[in-house]
Each structure stands twice: as structure tokens, then as C-alpha cells.
Design a protein around this ligand. Structure first.
Ligand code: 1GP
Length: 247
């Protein structure tokens, strides 16, 4: 089963998913492997690898290989640019930052990556509409986004529908890694009500309550990154995963 089929299947069954984001620039490949292994034991459904800055071909490949070695989870590359693409991941989000003001983030990097990706026959390409919500943090800056205001769920809906009509397979609402607050619940609910494709929510989710709230509001997939890097032990991740899956 492809990664997209897995996501669609879970959504059909009404089962929420949790994915763990690992930034290859933030730890050694060995540590990334053991973190991924622990996350797998705790019930995470896939590992996403990516970061806004500091991703190189070398740290990306080594991190992906270490995670593949340590777990049997799907590994999905979550790219910031076309600078590095790993042939070792199972899938890549072929994404456009839909509310960027920079053509490079809308389509330029994707054009650079497309021919390289074509040769990576084993890497599944999953079209995704990526939408930055305030505050947007580093990825909002690097991506030159005009973040969707937190009190404008209607704008988020419009972007998400545009993604769907473009034929993209997933929509990702992103508050930014380390955001003080996650994407507002009413925005998640509004987008979920209007689109037919799976909805991913991430950025600023560091407590089980916030993770559960995102799932309850309508997220099909909840992402956590920073909490995994910062947690002394990963018990908090266990509670986050339980909160996602009990909705
Ligand atoms: C960032 O949405 C992800 O792209 C994860 O955010 O690091 O805040 O969990 P956090």
C-alpha cells in the first residue's frame, strides 16, 4: 500500500493519524534513528523528515537511512527547497506553499526538483497544498508567506479548496514550528467541513490537550516536531499520540 493509500484508508476508517517530524539538522542520524524507534513504539504512524534551514544532502540521506534502519515506519520527506532530495525515503510531499509571495516557493523549487524526482522511481510523490497560518514562525519568513490571520478561517478554506481543485492530495495547515499556539480549532473545523481530501495540522502542538483538540476539530493527521526534540523523555509523546487517536 502506498503512503497516500494508507492515509486515505485511515481517513475512511475514521482513524486519526499522528506523524513525528524530525529535522536532520537538529541531531545526529543515530539519535534520529533512536527517536524514531521510540516514536514507533509509542504508536506514531509515520516519520516526516525536514526543516526550514540546515538540511543538506548528507544529513538528509544519513538521517533517512538511520530511521529506515531503526523502524518499519514510512518515512516521508517534507522539503523546504529542492536543494536536497533523498532517494531513500518512501515518499515526498510534492508541495506548494500556496500563500507565499515568492514564485520560487509556489512552483520554482518544484520545477527544479521534478526532473530529479522522476528518476527516483521508488519515491512516491504526494501533491500537497501547504498553507501557513499566523504566526508562521521561521517557515513563514523563509517561505515569504502572507500568513492566514488566525481570525480568518474563511481564507484558510479558500486556500484549501484551491489546493483540492488543483488536484493536490493533501492540505497542510501550518502554524510554524515552535509556534506559541497551534492552528485555531474553528479554522480546522471550517476547512475540514469544506474539503474532501485529508487535512494535516502542525506547528505549536506540544501538549496532549492541543493535539486532541486538533484531532477533535477535524485534523486527519496531527504533526509534532519540537516536543520530540525538547522532551527529556518521550512520555509526553505517548500522551499526545493517545490524545490524537482517541478522537
Ligand atoms: C513544523 O508543523 C511542524 O513544520 C511541527 O511543528 O515543531 O511546533 O511541533 P512543531
Amino acid at each position: 500500500m502506498s503512503v497516500l493509500e494508507l492515509i486515505e484508508e485511515r481517513r475512511k476508517q475514521g482513524k486519526k493519524m499522528h506523524m513525528t517530524l524530525i529535522d536532520p539538522d537538529k541531531q545526529t542520524p543515530e539519535v534520529a534513528g533512536s527517536t524514531a524507534k521510540r516514536a514507533e513504539e509509542l504508536g506514531t504512524d509515520a516519520i516526516m523528515v525536514g526543516g526550514s534551514t540546515g538540511v543538506t544532502q548528507d544529513n538528509l540521506d544519513k538521517t533517512v537511512l538511520a530511521i529506515k534502519d531503526a523502524t518499519s515506519l514510512p518515512v516521508i520527506y517534507f522539503p523546504g527547497t529542492a536543494r536536497a532530495i533523498s532517494p531513500y525515503c518512501d515518499a515526498i510531499y510534492f508541495m506548494s506553499l500556496l500563500n507565499s509571495t515568492d514564485p520560487k516557493m509556489l512552483v520554482g523549487e518544484q520545477v527544479k526538483g521534478a526532473v530529479v524526482l522522476k528518476k527516483m522511481k521508488n519515491v512516491e510523490k504526494i501533491g500537497m497544498g501547504y498553507i501557513i497560518v499566523e504566526p508562521g514562525m521561521k517557515v513563514g519568513e523563509v517561505g515569504k508567506a502572507e500568513p492566514v490571520p488566525r481570525d480568518r478561517p474563511d481564507k484558510a478554506v479558500a486556500y484549501a479548496l484551491a489546493a483540492q481543485y488543483f488536484g493536490m492530495k493533501l492540505v497542510y495547515l501550518e502554524a510554524g514550528s515552535g509556534a506559541p499556539e497551534a492552528v485555531p480549532s474553528d479554522m480546522i473545523t471550517a476547512v475540514r467541513a469544506e474539503i474532501d481530501i485529508p487535512l494535516i495540522i502542525g506547528g505549536g502542538i506540544r501538549a496532549p490537550e492541543a493535539a486532541g483538540a486538533a484531532a477533535k476539530a477535524g485534523a486527519d493527521i496531527v504533526i509534532t516536531g519540537t516536543i520530540v526534540e525538547q522532551a527529556e523523555d518521550l512520555n509526553i509523546l505517548a500522551d499526545i499520540i493517545t490524545a490524537v487517536k482517541s478522537n
